[in-house]
Design a protein around this ligand. Sequence first.
Ligand SMILES: Nc1nc2c(ncn2[C@@H]2O[C@H](COP(=O)(O)OP(=O)(O)OP(=O)(O)O)[C@@H](O)[C@H]2O)c(=O)[nH]1
Length: 388
Amino acid sequence: MIEIGLAGKPNAGKSTFFKSATLIDVAIANYPFTTIEPNVGIAYVRTRCVCRELGIECGKCVDGWRFIPVKLIDVAGLVPGAHEGRGLGNEFLDNLRQAEGIIHVVDASGSTDEEGNEVGVGEHDPVEDVKFLREELDMWLFGILKRNWNKIARRIHLERRDPAKFITEQLAGLGFEEWMVKQALKVVGKGVHEFSDEDLKVFAQELRKVRMKMVIAANKADKAPDELIKRLLSLDEIVIPTSAYYELALRLASKNGYIKYLPGDEDFEILKPLNEKQKKLLDEIRAFMKKYGGTGVQKAINTLVFDVLNYIVVYPVEDENKFTDSKGNVLPDAFLVKKGTTVRELAYKIHTEIGESFIYAIDAKRKVRIGEDYELKHNDVVKIVSAK
Ligand SMILES: Nc1nc2c(ncn2[C@@H]2O[C@H](COP(=O)(O)OP(=O)(O)OP(=O)(O)O)[C@@H](O)[C@H]2O)c(=O)[nH]1
């Protein structure tokens, strides 16, 4: 399952974001326990289910929306100097290294200072927080590289190793792929034994850029001055205005039967009489949703997974005519795979044995045979034929 890290300074609204994103109706969730550990939960990406396109009922989606689980990790402890071990620094960064992508929750209202202490709305510049996480990550990576660099450079030189390959192996725990290292080396444009500290910093920064893909949740947008939101949106980053607080309120109201609301909807429907206080809050929420096209929480998750990390959705089936598994379940699974994944790679993802004994596959929509190198497309439905 994809792992997403949730980062942000204290009081930015990380816990609220985490709670809202992992609080989900049983009708939607195929994971009954949404919180695995205190800081690890299951959130969902929302996608148009392929069943509508096929003109069938799958029973797995709600109003044509399919919710696919992703792991969300609330990574606490981001404070200035985290890379030097301040706060929960080391733990914070260690937790982030498992994450494939990061949602950086920023207090867009500017009502918390750099350490998370409350100040007046607009008194702190949230753009500083965006820069600050980037810099912490860069410094942390630089620190790791610096500690190992002499040894790495010497061995590459003496043992005539391929630099990108060797560095990738040596930094295995950080999840770099060889192409990422190669690309970063190219930017520096020098042999590894000639790297100065400055070069190593550039190298660290380039690696961070390709490895730690991020969206910024401009949170507390409900009380943020417009100019701060504008400032954040003008950055060369992917920024989504959010109100985790409103999202949490909506999910709770939906869970308790007051409203009909699916995570990611742009509006909701009131189902039960409300008291004045509830009515007022829901009116406020509705106005916010109108302005931003929703609360932004689902949008932040979706944007990271689909637009930034480039995932697509595919549906493996065993019966290419009925679109079912062997037990007759219609479109039982929706898989998230990276754009460019081949059908053989999908077979491996389903089961190593299926991958190993792969013979061919069938594109169930077009009813044609496809070979192992076929690159999967979004919403493909495929039957894999293997010798097993
Ligand atoms: N207005 C508004 N308040 C929010 C929003 N999200 C969170 N808050 C409030 O901001 C405060 C901090 O939120 P938390 O979710 O506890 O923040 P955190 O980032 O997890 O903080 P730490 O646990 O200290 O790391 C709480 O009082 C929340 O109710 C939001 O979208 N809008």
